[in-house]
Ligand binder design. Structure first.
Ligand code: AHG
Ligand code: MN
Ligand code: MN
Length: 334
């Protein structure tokens, strides 16, 4: 039996350190935690409860939705809409923002989320996750619109993800480092197992979808080519490669043992600046990575400083171990 620190205890103790904290935020995070437990259970049961496979519908991104994309979106909304902490939500799976229904009180926070990240992996039983980002609703706004969500990532008050892998984990930051919790299913609690997670500054492991190579820009071509040349090339060392196609799993690997992850700008579709979405993928992951000592960049600018122009905006992402990301950013400057 353990007597570890539960995520609830951890959040309450963090809040106590903040002057003027009302407990509102603690309570909001508890609802997020509940949603992640429900999603973990659904993902875990899989075929036994008939939740795998496609829903044959399309979301606003033009992507075919899996049944679980829709179900997990519903779970996240239902867990978070009722308690009075949020003014509105934005989701990968909702075309527009989701206003808090009239029967519930409204709160002072906005939440953007990706209910099921890496959903192409769900039917093949590979890790998926949930990503969320919390900001304050602008002062004096009771009925936020899409525009009220367009706040730079530097303003996030909390970012986190749940990873549904061999263990279910929750990784959180409120701007005071990064902490990881593992779900103990027997007691139904996330327990602090990975305090103060930090990303090693150096790495010899990169992650990129190499099937897009012909569309990459010169700096990324150069970087990957140099890694592939190994010991005999300009880097003078052998590199390893990974691609899970679940950003949550890639970021978690990087938080655990270092690495660099890239979904860079490419010319595959000139109308899209990248693949990943700023508000509910790139920004929350950037906050986590930076809080763990890493860097998160587009190659041209720090992701968290970007002024968003749409809730579903796409951005290039290059993140991970500091010294390696700096090399790629340097190639963009050359
Ligand atoms: P989602 O399942 O929420 O649409 O996100 C998938 C994202 C990200 O998790 C992953 O890194 C990337 O898409 C994988 O893209 P490819 O299929 O192009 O490799
Ligand atoms: Mn995603
Ligand atoms: Mn998703």
């Amino acid at each position: 039996m353990h007597n570890g620190v539960s995520v609830t205890q951890f959040i309450i103790e963090e809040q106590r350190r903040l002057p003027g904290a009302t407990g509102d935020f603690t309570s909001l995070l508890n609802d997020v935690v509940s949603a992640c437990k429900v999603i973990s259970n659904l993902v875990n049961k899989g075929s036994l409860i008939g939740v795998l496979g496609t829903a044959d519908t399309e979301n606003v991104q033009g992507e075919t939705q899996k049944k679980l994309d829709i179900i997990t979106n519903e779970v996240f909304i239902k867990s978070n809409e009722w308690a009075g902490h949020l003014a509105a939500m934005a989701s990968e799976e909702e075309d527009d923002i989701y206003p808090i229904p009239a029967q519930y009180p409204k709160g002072k926070y906005l939440m953007s989320f990706d209910p099921l990240d890496g959903s192409s992996n769900i039917d093949v039983n590979i890790s998926v996750g949930t990503i969320f980002s919390i900001t304050k609703c602008p002062e004096g706004i009771d009925n936020p619109t899409k525009e009220d969500f367009l706040i730079p990532g530097t303003e996030q008050v909390c970012a986190g993800y749940a990873l549904y892998g061999p263990s279910t984990m929750l990784v959180l930051t409120t701007g005071n480092g990064v902490n990881g919790f593992t779900l103990d299913r027997d007691i139904g609690e996330f327990i602090l197992t990975h305090p103060n997670m930090t990303i090693p500054a150096d790495t010899r492991e990169f992650a990129i979808n190499a099937s897009n190579q012909r569309f990459w820009e010169a700096p990324v071509q150069r970087y990957v080519d140099e890694c592939l040349q190994g010991k005999e090339g300009p880097r003078g060392d052998n590199f390893n490669m990974r691609w899970v196609a679940s950003m949550v799993a890639e970021v978690h690997r990087i938080l655990t043992r270092g690495g660099i992850f890239m979904y860079p700008k490419d010319n595959k579709d000139p109308s899209k600046a990248g693949k990943l979405r700023l508000m509910y993928e790139a920004n929350p992951m950037s906050m986590i990575v930076e809080q763990a000592g890493g860097i998160s960049h587009t190659g041209y600018e720090r992701i968290m400083e970007m002024q968003p122009n749409d809730i579903h905006q796409r951005v290039p992402v290059i993140l991970g171990s500091k010294n390696e990301v700096e090399i790629v950013v340097g190639y963009h400057k050359d």
